[in-house]
Design a protein around this ligand. Sequence first.
Ligand code: PEP
Length: 264
Amino acid sequence: MQNNIIYTTMSRTPIIAANWKMNIGPAEARAFLAAFKEEKLCECKGVEKVVVPPFVTIPAVVETLNGCSCLGVGAQDVSDHDNGAFTGEVSTAMLTELGCRYVVLGHSERRQYHGETNAYINKKIHKALSAGLIPIYCIGETLEQREGGQLEQVLRTQVTDGLAGLTPEQVAGLVIAYEPVWAIGTGKTASAADAQSAHAFIRSVVAEIFGEDAASKVRIQYGGSVKPANAAELMSQPDIDGALVGGAALKADSFAAIIRAAAV
Ligand code: PEP
């Protein structure tokens, strides 16, 4: 993969987000946050910390945080509609009313199990931004695509179609999560060099479409079996601006260790 310009990380605060997926109900979340508090990470400056619980757990998290801004709260999905007959869906207004600031969109599990396409995710990104939510837009290739030499094409299409119609300012303010599908929940992590190379490529595509200012500001997280043991090496790469963490963020101590790795 061609490595293009390496943009400075000076102005990008790393963001570590815990994607709890369909784990951790309200009671367990309260216990998690009590343990997380013991880690004393509120003083850990220079890294944005986010938890992304299941919808039903969000109120318990917000209540337990009790106004503490140390941890941001996100949702795992949102509807592309405002309201109405959409059984099972949740709107942007509902999320902002609860106190959410972020929303994960286009996670590979939603693409795989719910048939979400780049065009559909694009509508949700627009909807989220117009409600003041920060999208965490997930992209990444399958093993088949990587081995078939399609990595760059897949990433280019996901960036182009998923972010279509956004202004450079909107792109600068959102978060992209590069998550190779073969690394999610498998214990296999992309090497730091491979991850850096993919991140630099994604940033170069953002630069082509939205300009260098947006490219130098947009934060690109890595996701895929990040754990305390590999976080520091991944986070030290110039184009990696944090992590979206699944399994290793289900326990407060390992989530805290990953945050510390991003803060150094
Ligand atoms: C994820 O689901 O976004 C993820 C990265 O999961 P894990 O860390 O478990 O691979």
